[in-house]
Design a protein around this ligand. Structure first.
Ligand code: PBG
Length: 331
């Protein structure tokens, strides 16, 4: 055949392919989510093989291991004791609570590690919602924001570098920015869960924290989070959320879940100059682990290909439970 263009010319050798490779992964792209509980044992999470609920001591060893592998940021999630959960989730701003203690320990052991936190009430709420549920069963916006601001300030006082509001209340990024600045934390950043969808992919995470919405005899509790998290059918709305977060002072925008929402990552990349993060969530992790355990897929290749797809779609950062494995495989 008389072909002028033969794209295969640049695929002929490993060297040529490496020369024209458009995207790549490095461990510094990863943000490693870690679960912590108050006990002294290490507890496995059944739907997330390889992920654990760490004790405070073992958390430190895991953070040190991650640092050695080149990971530069961890995000901490608490499994809060049932006895501390209340309707308003006030434990979230206890300065001696599990998360502030964990932040101080991590910062003392590995000072250079960037520590990101999650801001929302669900791990602390006996109703299992990210905000305060009224007696009519409404998740209250403005009342919740006061709590979120106090939570963010307590996390910053403990040494957090990046505050991650995951609650999807309207106006929370601006309010948290103001609260941090008032307390002289103007250098503590906000990585906003900008486009967070009401997704079934969070199932294993809610098992890990025992934080799913649950019934209550005294008031109606919404079964899911669809009055505040985004409708999976909407894409343009993500741009509105991104514009608001940018105006309110977010430093990094996040899309969550990641894999089923690569189009949203791509759109936000076109709309904003801010760094963008993708959250490769618990359900995505569980599916890969389950298929790998059955021998149906090559875990290593599938994970690296998936993580690369986030970079290709426009993400700068990837929150992933595969972070340590992937960092090891990239060596
Ligand atoms: C809490 C929160 C959730 C996740 C991160 N922060 C769960 C939820 O919104 O119900 C999910 C993370 C994952 O599934 O890996 N607001």
């Amino acid at each position: 055949m008389d072909l002028t263009y033969r794209p295969r010319r640049l695929r002929r050798s490993f060297a040529l392919r490496s020369m024209v490779q458009e995207h790549s992964l490095t461990p510094a792209d990863f943000i490693y989510p870690l679960f912590v509980h108050a006990g002294s044992d290490i507890q496995p999470i059944s739907a997330m093989p390889g992920a654990m609920r760490w004790s405070l001591d073992s958390l430190i060893s895991e953070v040190e291991r991650a640092w050695q592998l080149g990971i530069r940021c961890v995000v901490l999630f608490p499994k809060v004791d049932e006895s501390l959960k209340t309707e308003d989730g006030a434990e979230c701003f206890n300065p001696d609570g599990l998360i502030p203690r964990a932040i101080r320990r991590v910062k003392a052991a590995v000072p250079e590690m960037t520590v990101m936190t999650d801001v929302a009430l669900d791990p602390y709420s006996c109703d299992g919602h990210d905000g305060i549920v009224s007696s009519e069963g409404i998740v209250l916006n403005d009342e919740t924001i006061e709590y979120l601001c106090r939570q963010a300030v307590v996390q910053a006082e403990a040494g957090a570098d990046l505050i991650g509001p995951s609650d999807m209340m309207d106006g929370r990024v601006g309010a948290i920015r103001e609260a941090l600045d008032e307390e002289d934390f103007e250098y503590v950043g906000i990585i906003s869960y900008t486009a967070k969808y009401s997704s079934a992919y969070y199932g294993p995470f809610r098992e890990a924290l025992d934080s799913a919405p649950r019934g209550n005899t005294t008031k109606p509790i919404p079964k899911d989070k669809s009055t505040y998290q985004m409708n999976p059918a909407n894409a343009r709305e993500a741009i509105t959320e991104a514009q608001l977060d940018e105006q309110e002072g977010a430093d990094i925008l996040m899309v969550k879940p990641g894999l089923a929402y690569l189009d949203i990552i791509y759109r936000l990349r076109q709309e904003s100059e801010l760094p963008i993060a993708a959250y490769n969530v618990s359900g995505e992790y569980a599916m890969v682990k389950a298929a790998a355990e059955k021998g149906w897929i090559d875990e290593r290749k599938v994970v690296l290909e998936t993580l690369l797809s986030f970079k290709r779609s426009g993400a700068d950062l990837i929150l992933t439970y595969h972070a340590c494995d992937a960092a090891q495989w990239l060596k």
